[in-house]
Design a protein around this ligand. Structure first.
Ligand SMILES: [Zn+2]
Ligand SMILES: [Zn+2]
Length: 295
């Protein structure tokens, strides 16, 4: 947890983790102890089709978690959806049966009062037009550590998929997560900071639902948007990059040594904007996307 200049508290957590209850190599206790030792305030254990209830683990908040999937044969053309449930009040009523759809998974998570996150859309080769049709996704991973090398191909970053979704009118809140399985360097890398008064399931869930969070691998940021201009204050960075539906913009990249501020004024026709802060170690922080004209 850190406090910003205004005294608000930001809690650090990872919402996507596997253990020996599915295909991870650490036990739930070992995984929780590892994240706690790395300064995490909350964690969701999200084993495939193995619901883990919430609770506390030596002062670290455990959010209830599970990862569900739909789509046949692992083939992109069949529409593969991995959806992570966090913070559900009870186990979502789901069974892994042929023909299960992403829509049914989202509905069951919501019926159990959980928060539904689309996992690694780039890894799954999810089509932007199909994501847009799927009403009820609460957030999407823009970065999934495990979906990158050396554990997978280079599909950790879902920015292109989600910017295409945003350009077509659906702004999904963005999270980063480890999806830790092997614990060989993908653990304790990508996380979110959530702004909440206290560390509790209800406080974190309402902050998630209100969009009071951002994704990071280390850099910290504060953003403000007045409908036309996105302003970013951050810990010392090498680059701040602004993304939108415009394919070319001369103002997209702000570079500098120990950069702590950058801003971007929307150009005619731009309908959304978001920012990435990149520090000297190449670690990234991702703002939420903002719709043009909306505060
Ligand atoms: Zn997955
Ligand atoms: Zn996973």
């Amino acid at each position: 947890m850190y406090q910003d200049a205004a005294g608000r508290r930001w809690w650090k957590g990872n919402l996507h983790t596997h253990t020996t209850r599915s295909d991870g190599v650490k036990t739930p206790e070992e995984a929780a102890a590892l994240y706690r030792a790395h300064g995490y305030d909350f964690l969701a254990l999200t084993d495939h089709w193995k619901y883990a209830p919430g609770g506390m683990a030596d002062g670290m908040l455990l959010l209830a978690g599970c990862e569900y999937d739909a789509g046949a044969d692992g083939l992109a053309e069949n529409g593969i959806y991995h959806i992570v449930s966090v913070g559900a009040e009870r186990e979502p009523a789901l069974q892994k049966l042929p023909g299960l759809t992403a829509r049914q998974i989202l509905d069951a998570i919501h019926a159990a009062e959980g928060f539904a996150i689309l996992a690694h859309p780039a890894w799954s080769l999810n089509r932007p037009d199909e994501i847009i049709k799927l009403r009820g996704i609460d957030a999407s991973e823009i970065y999934n550590t495990m979906s990158g090398t050396p554990w997978n191909g280079r599909r950790a970053d879902s920015g292109v998929v989600l910017d295409t979704v945003a350009a077509n009118g659906l702004l999904l809140p963005l999270v980063a997560a480890d999806d830790a399985h092997s614990y060989t360097g993908e653990d304790c890398r990508s996380f979110i900071y959530v702004q909440a008064e206290e560390l509790s399931r209800d406080a974190i869930l309402s902050a998630l639902r209100a969009g009071r969070f951002y994704a990071s691998q280390g850099p910290r940021m504060e953003v403000s948007f007045d409908g036309k201009c996105l302003r970013v204050s951050c810990t010392p960075a090498e680059m701040v990059v602004f993304y939108s539906n415009r394919v070319w913009s001369s103002e997209r990249v702000v570079r500098g040594e120990n950069l702590t501020f950058a801003e971007y004024r929307l150009l005619p026709g731009e309908n959304f904007v978001r920012a990435e802060v990149i520090d000297a170690q190449g670690r990234i922080a991702w703002s939420q996307p903002f719709a043009a004209g909306e505060r």
